[in-house]
Ligand binder design. Sequence first.
Ligand code: HAM
Length: 415
Amino acid sequence: MIQCPRGTRDFLPDEMEKRRFYENELRHVAKTFGFREVETPIFEDAELFILRSGPNVLKELYAFKDKGDREIALRPEMTAPAIRMFVNNMSNDPKPIKIFYFGQCFRYERPQSGRYREFFQFGAELIGSATPETDAEVISMAASMIKALGLNEYKIRIGHIGVLRQRIADIGVPTERTAEVLQKLDKKLYEEARPLLEEMGVSGTDIDGVFELTETVGGIDVLDRVPGDAGDYLRQVVGYLSAMGVNDIEIDLGVVRGLDYYTGMVFEAEAPSLGAEKQICGGGSYTLSELFGGEKVFSTGFAIGFDRILLAMEKEGKVYEPKGVDAYVLAVSEDMKLKAAEVVASLRGSGVSSDIDIMGRKMGKALKYASAIRARYAVIVGAKEMEEGSVTLRDMSTGEQKLVKVEDLASEIKR
Ligand code: HAM
């Protein structure tokens, strides 16, 4: 039997209904924040991701040559495609530009719970602005989305990658090796970071200083310990967030991010219930447009790991009840089949989701099927009732039945 490839999943109707429901909740929040939806191709020139995504993404890239000998990659994330789209088509639009997207991404990772090779991101980019308000707007939308889905246990941590980049440069790490160091710090692999830094000639005291910086964690009071302008900047971000009612955040200069393009504020949200793969959202401010042939434009964005946030909701016991059709129509006898077809057509025309028996089942079996597909009502079309233009409407949850005129059926069901 052929199975779906490792790290990918099929989504059956119940699961798909649930996913679409929550996906639309997220869309709704994005729209209330004034963001508009876009879509980019699932595959791109591999170069788009090779230019700046960093070593983590590179080794996980699904890249191949197409029949025209072009280097193609399945998108591992959607920020680079969104900025490419901006450079190609939107660079003259009034700023800021607020866009959001939902779709699958591909990373050749070792699959485990919450980590897939094909996964879905819901993300947003606010392009062309670099103020504390910009960052607050984006973090606040991410927080609203997590809330809208009803997740209770999560933590949002805000940091500033500029501080760490500056410190790493100051202690003598060459620019081209910064990503390597950040990658270790992102994963908190201090015992691997130390020899790496030593090999670059960094002193023990300076190494300790860097590690200490990544351990700067706490409430806004720790911002006093942040060197340079970053502390002040983050204080303003936090101020705006507080005005917008987002208070459940933590400052953490150890937020490094796995991608290479961030320049300033960075943030992550995690759901502790998920264990190892607990990061449900990540983002920050960055510049990418200049790499893709455009002018340098500052942006801030984030992406929610849609599969992970659903897993976290499940862990908290949140259940989604799939809905069935509103009505299941069945004919009592052979000679009523055409009448039943007319009834189902008129229900559908009135916007009532309805299904009809097409297998000539006897009443008992047909009702059993109706309950298996979670129909709210069964509409039983019998000859005697039809003489008066009526059908029997059966409430599938209570078993109660009553006669209803065909012309009143749709409004009765909608009631
Ligand atoms: P990222 O942190 O690499 O950031 O991915 C965002 C989220 O996608 C993660 O927090 C995680 O929830 C989810 N995710 C990542 N890999 C997997 C996987 N293999 N399986 C399941 N879920 C996964 C970005 O991709 C940036 N583009 C976010 C961004 C937008 N930054 C600025 N704008």
